[in-house]
Write a protein that binds this ligand. Structure first.
Ligand code: HEC
Length: 171
């Protein structure tokens, strides 16, 4: 009995010795992975490569969420509206990196107006009950902020209908 106990204890001890480094390694790998993700999500801190393609891809998802936001407000589904608005705001905010890199202060300012209007909408959607007319008006205000920047920096190809940066806009 007593030798059984010692054996079990020894096995545990051995297991502990061999297991611990494995756990430690996986923790370390996990932490490094986390750090890489955090760094990847903070592009503005060190001007990494944020290309026009990244910008376009982001705008597309902003557009999808903004479309969903419009529909949700019209349908009176304010919970859905709120989550769409949060996503659109977050995605839109990341594009500041692009404008900073291209030294476009006017675009940075227009972007800030747009994100502020998302905050105003968030206030409206956080009231209970939500005032649908106020929410509709707030969404319109956001749309106007999107348009203000598009008028200066965006153009549409007349044949393909694809959107792109206005030529010369980034010089
Ligand atoms: C500070 C400037 C700026 C703001 C603010 C802005 N955009 Fe854009 N957006 C652009 C530019 C420039 C393009 C053209 C680049 C492209 O599409 O390749 C664009 C393109 C788009 C596109 C077309 C993407 C594609 O290529 O198919 C959509 C959709 C879009 N924006 C939605 C929005 C919405 C919705 C908002 C507001 C919530 C918004 N944008 C706010 C600058 C802006």
């Amino acid at each position: 009995m007593s030798s059984n106990v010692t054996q079990t204890a020894r096995r545990r001890h051995l297991a502990g010795r061999f297991m611990r480094p494995a756990i430690f390694t996986s923790l370390l790998v996990g932490l490094l992975g986390l750090k890489a993700t955090v760094l990847a999500q903070q592009p503005s801190s060190q001007y990494p490569i944020y290309t026009q393609d990244h910008f376009t891809a982001t705008m597309k998802t902003v557009g999808q969420n903004f479309g969903g936001l419009n529909q949700a407000v019209t349908a009176g589904d304010f919970e859905n509206a709120k989550s769409r608005a949060i996503r659109a705001r977050e995605q839109l905010a990341t594009t500041v990196t692009f404008w900073r890199k291209n030294k476009k202060d006017d675009a940075v300012a227009m972007l800030r107006t747009a994100t502020q209007r998302f905050d105003e909408l968030d206030n409206v959607l956080s009231k209970s009950p939500v005032d649908k007319d106020a929410a509709t008006a707030a969404v319109k205000q956001i749309g106007a902020a999107c348009q203000a920047c598009h008028a200066v920096y965006r153009e549409q190809d007349p044949t393909t209908k694809a959107y792109k940066f206005k030529s010369n806009a980034l010089q």
